[in-house]
Design a protein around this ligand. Structure first.
Ligand code: B12
Ligand code: SF4
Length: 403
């Protein structure tokens, strides 16, 4: 290949209720999916998997204006070989992803879309929903599953002009050990809140909450990065002035490699004197894991996000969140307070037993009984990829609607 391959990695934003694309001068958090694919793509570039050069342009539409006409023009000016990979597309972003793809396809540019919407729909629904079929009819390639160990393939297909309409790897979850880790250059991170980077130290969760998509897309078995890989990615970020990290594992307490990872980070902090902070997500039984909370604090955890979800036991049973034991919430929160961590919990409204009165009562109990720093409310939503969504879809709902 003599021409330089042009690879665009674009994380789309989504529309607000009036149809405007939601954007900020600086967005809150860098997209970890963009970082994951940038890590994989730069590894492909360095290994010269196409024989020639690959130019990578990465952007998050929540903080960067995306101009499909200019992208098409620039790919053509560079010789016409390239791919626009629209990455990490969640269900609420799928319509926006299609609107970015449409003018590119009309200009003859190759486009692929991946992320939780495509993966979740293919994991759970017996038939491909209309919105995905329409995307394929536009000549967009859909990618279901994870790209670790197979990003070479999609670049090689795009370089040869032979992208397949559908890549479906839902039955083949790759191991994460030794895979190129997530990374974003500092100038991208500066477009977000500050010096915060992100990485997934693992994927998968053993529990079975019915509103959850993760278990159906990333599986219930814990897959994880090695302590060596986590150390290397933190050092690489520290070298570019990024020293706070959001570990995006949905439940880091159930990452089977949490202890070797923590031991390495503790050595970096306590022996070498390196300074960095972590934000993690955990479950309400994490305080039962010997040493987990104490080592979290020593490894640099400053904030924890906890899936508290609800305090009504009938509601928790209705969504199969049996592991949440109300009586343990207080002990768990006190254990985090004892090591000086800020606790931030998610609370879901809209469970089968919820009424206005029961919600008001529950919130008063939380205020009185639970030593929490911050409580964030969410509406129970049947997200594509979840068991709840599958049941509604099979019962005849046309969700998601075609665009
Ligand atoms: C971190 C995170 C966030 C962060 C940052 C987002 C990000 N992507 O980094 C923040 C806090 C901003 C966030 C916000 C929200 N999030 Co969120 N988030 C996550 C979380 C926990 C981790 C994301 C991640 O890093 N995954 C690891 C990456 C590497 O996996 P991946 O995205 O699937 O990408 C891999 C493959 O899909 C593939 N791939 C992806 N794209 C492409 C493209 C191509 C071309 C190819 C070849 C391959 C490919 O390769 C990647 C590497 O293997 C996920 C759950 C999860 N476990 O993934 C939820 C999740 C993605 N979020 C979810 C939701 C619902 C939201 C919110 C709507 C919540 C809310 N009510 O506000 C908002 C929406 C934000 C928005 N902009 O609209 C849902 C999406 C479900 C769905 N069907 O859409 C998830 C799955 C969690 C859940 N509740 O089920 N989120
Ligand atoms: S604990 Fe969290 S990640 Fe695990 S199944 Fe429940 S909602 Fe999903």
């Amino acid at each position: 290949m003599n021409r330089r391959f042009q690879l665009y990695l674009i994380k789309p934003s989504h529309y607000d209720d009036d149809g405007y694309v939601i954007q900020w001068y600086r967005s809150a958090i860098p997209s970890n999916t963009l970082a994951a694919l940038y890590g994989l793509a730069s590894d492909c570039r360095d290994r010269k998997v196409l024989g020639g050069e690959i130019d990578i342009f990465e952007a998050d539409e929540t903080n960067t204006l995306i101009r499909p006409d200019r992208i098409a023009r620039d790919i053509k000016a560079a010789g016409g070989v390239g791919l626009v990979a629209i990455v990490g597309v969640q269900s609420n972003q799928f319509p926006r992803a299609i609107d970015i793809a449409r003018p590119l396809r009309e200009a003859g540019i190759q486009v692929a879309i991946g992320g939780f919407h495509v993966s979740g729909c293919l994991a759970m629904l017996p038939e491909m929903p209309e919105d995905l079929k329409q995307a394929m009819a536009m000549g967009i390639s859909l990618y279901a599953g994870e790209a670790e160990g197979r990003f070479d393939e999609i670049l090689q297909d795009a370089a040869a002009g032979t992208l397949r309409p559908l890549y479906n790897y839902m039955d083949d979850l790759p191991g994460m050990e030794g895979q190129p880790p997530p990374f974003l250059p500092r100038e991208r991170i500066e477009r977000t809140g500050g010096r915060l980077g992100s990485f997934d130290a693992g994927r998968g969760c053993p529990f079975q909450c019915s509103f959850c998509t993760i278990i159906n897309v990333q599986g219930r078995k814990s897959r994880y990065r090695t302590a060596d890989d986590v150390e290397a990615l933190i050092r690489r970020n520290l070298a570019q002035g990024v020293d706070r990290f959001f570990i995006t594992d949905d439940n880091f307490a159930r990452n089977r490699n949490w202890e070797p990872i923590y031991d390495r980070l503790i050595a970096m902090r306590e022996v070498e004197g390196l300074n960095f902070g972590l934000l993690i997500q955990i479950d309400t039984l994490c305080h039962k894991i010997p040493g987990f909370i104490e080592k979290s604090a020593r490894a640099g955890v400053k904030r924890v996000f906890i899936g508290l979800e609800n305090i009504d036991p009938d509601n928790l049973i209705a969504v199969k969140k049996k592991q949440n034991r109300i009586g343990e919430y207080r002990n768990m929160l006190l254990a985090w307070k004892a090591v000086g961590c800020f606790t931030y919990a998610g609370y879901i409204l809209g469970f089968p037993n919820d009424t206005v009165e029961s919600i008001q009562r529950s919130i008063r109990i939380v205020q009185r009984e639970l030593p929490l720093d911050l409580l964030e409310f969410f509406f129970l939503t049947p997200l594509p990829g979840s068991e709840d969504h599958k049941k509604l879809h099979m019962a005849g709902g046309n969700y998601p609607p075609p665009f």
